[in-house]
Write a protein that binds this ligand. Structure first.
Ligand code: SF4
Ligand code: SF4
Length: 120
């Protein structure tokens, strides 16, 4: 069972500098938004030195920048059913950031504290 609860997290992993998509991911997003592949590719991704399809990002108060599909008020994904493969597979059994977050919240005695200095 997962040892983290994304619903209580401000979405640190969605702020990673590189969120890499594959062709199938772009196709899924295109279908979700009723676009053709090329329109979705241009709108949602950019070419990165390390990735053909890198997620476009937008400004975020807590982490500087975050995935364009992240709701920065509700702190959650807005394309959950159409999210890329990497988002489906991450983080596996444990989440280091979540452990850090719980520790910081406990130390600060504040259940809503957003820990933003942790680095992977
Ligand atoms: S950083 Fe961890 S706990 Fe937070 S949303 Fe990502 S996987 Fe979930
Ligand atoms: S698609 Fe959703 S889960 Fe994936 S990085 Fe963006 S907001 Fe986070």
């Amino acid at each position: 069972m997962a040892k983290y609860d994304c619903s209580k997290c401000p979405g640190y992993c969605c702020s990673y500098p590189l969120i890499q998509l594959n062709k199938r991911d772009v196709e899924r997003l295109a279908k979700h938004f009723g676009l053709d592949f090329e329109a979705a590719r241009k709108k949602f991704t950019k070419v990165d030195p390390e990735a053909k399809y890198a997620m476009r990002r937008k400004p975020d108060t807590h982490f500087g920048k975050i995935c364009q599909f992240f709701d920065t008020e509700k702190r959650r994904c807005t394309v959950y059913t159409a999210r890329p493969t990497i988002c489906r597979e991450y983080p596996g059994g444990t989440c280091g950031y979540y452990d850090f977050l719980l520790h910081e919240r406990s130390t600060q005695k504040d259940d809503t504290h957003v820990a933003s200095t942790w680095n992977v």
